[in-house]
Design a protein around this ligand. Structure first.
Ligand code: NDP
Length: 376
């Protein structure tokens, strides 16, 4: 049995409760169904959100439920939307998400990419007219289940100050790449191209904590440590690498630009400041980019699996910076956190639980999340 490990916990312990993951999923699904989302689609969204919490990515977990229900309420998200293929070839497809929930659109787009890669070895699916889809890694891992490498990107509403500028101009535009392995966990690198995703600032604000200096700047270019100021005054997040060029901020900005070109420009979705938030009245038109590579079409699967284990061993064997340091393969911490939380429950901050209760009241759904352990 894997050791107990959690990459993040909303400390101090008297401020959160542990909840059982299946009851959390059913609850999220029931709330979405009450907002006229089909049962099948509600289940997909609930699975993506709760998987984020299981993996220790609470910035993109159930604390985001309100964003999607509000999106439906203001009419920006179409709860009945179905994905349409607008152009296709043996190895490509361009799909239109019909302004539906991003999770449902992205899940189905990746399934198309996988089916095409099974036929022709590699495939690309571009998505336009979608919405915020949560964690990019969820869809990259769909490919792993089929013995494939998955690559997933999305643009987001503008939140980041492009290098040497102030104000929000590009999204936090994440990139996720996954690889199957012989022994779990699969390798999954999944990261925003900014120092942090805005969801982390939201979590700090809900937990009344200061953010580290270096995450965000004010509209005037001053470093900020108050998360509420970032959220209310439209402070901008810094690109991966931080402020200016000294620590590679220009490389993070460059990666965000590449994601915007693939997700926005290539697909006909919006890009830069034109990408809207889920709760804006204007059409969000978020774009995604999915790529699937069937490994067996390039090299025997057994050889690949042996070589990837060798590679993992190579990384794990590197000289550590200190006795206490632990060397991690991307995806490993998230996997251990998931295994742990399936056993002992997901820690949910009390303020977020309160928000979920309000959602249940709005939706007229019973607040029946199973609390496993009330920490003293
Ligand atoms: P993190 O900084 O938490 O992690 C980035 C990657 O680095 C993960 O794959 C992580 O693996 C890996 N990692 C962590 N520590 C180490 C280490 N010591 N050595 C090697 N690898 C390590 O991610 P972000 O905060 O940038 O992003 C969080 C989530 O937000 C992502 O899922 C992303 O897709 C999502 N996001 C979504 C957006 C949207 O618009 N939909 C916008 C921006 C972000 P592990 O998970 O195992 O720790």
């Amino acid at each position: 049995m894997a050791r107990l490990f959690e990459k993040t916990v909303p400390a101090p312990p008297n401020e959160y409760v542990r909840v059982e993951c299946e009851s959390l999923k059913s609850f999220v699904s029931a709330v979405l169904s009450a907002f006229k989302v089909s049962e099948e689609h509600s289940r997909i969204v609930a699975d993506v959100l709760v998987t984020a919490d299981l993996m220790g990515i609470e910035s993109h977990g159930v604390q985001r439920l309100k964003r999607y229900t509000m999106g439906i309420q203001v009419g920006s998200v179409n709860p009945h939307a179905c994905l349409k293929v607008v152009k296709k070839s043996a190895s490509t497809a361009l799909v239109d998400g019909g302004s539906g929930l991003g999770q449902v659109t992205a899940y189905n787009a990746m399934e198309i990419a996988i089916r095409k890669a099974e036929e022709v070895g590699v495939s690309v699916v571009g998505v336009r007219n979608s919405h915020h889809f949560g964690i990019a890694g969820y869809y990259a891992l769909q490919a792993v289940k089929h013995g494939m490498i998955g690559m997933v990107m999305t643009n987001s509403e503008a939140l980041v100050a492009y290098t040497h500028t102030v104000g929000r101009s590009v999204g936090t535009n994440p990139i996720a790449v996954s690889f199957p392995t012989k022994n779990p966990p699969p390798v999954l690198f999944d990261a925003a191209t900014s120092v942090i995703p805005i969801g982390k600032v939201e979590v700090y604000a809900k937990e009344n904590k200061k953010i580290p200096l270096g995450w965000a700047i004010s509209p005037e270019g001053k470093l900020l440590d108050d998360p509420k100021e970032v959220l209310t005054r439209k402070g901008a997040i810094l690109p991966l690498g931080g402020f200016g060029e000294d620590f590679g901020g220009h490389k993070g900005a460059g990666l965000a630009l590449v994601v915007d070109l693939l997700c926005g420009v290539l697909t006909g979705a919006n890009y830069g400041k034109n990408v809207k938030h889920t709760t804006d009245k204007e059409r969000a038109n978020v774009g995604h980019f999915m790529l699937a590579i069937d490994i067996a079409k390039l090299t025997p699967m057994e050889d690949f699996l042996e070589r990837i284990e060798e590679y993992k061993g190579y990384v794990k064997g590197l000289t550590k910076a200190s006795e206490e340091a632990e060397v991690w393969i991307p995806g490993e911490k998230a996997w251990l956190t998931m295994e742990t939380r399936k056993r002992i429950g997901i820690p949910i901050h009390k303020n977020i639980l309160k928000e979920l209760k309000e959602e249940s009241e709005k939706a007229g759904v019973e607040f029946n999340i199973k609390v496993l352990k009330e920490t003293a």
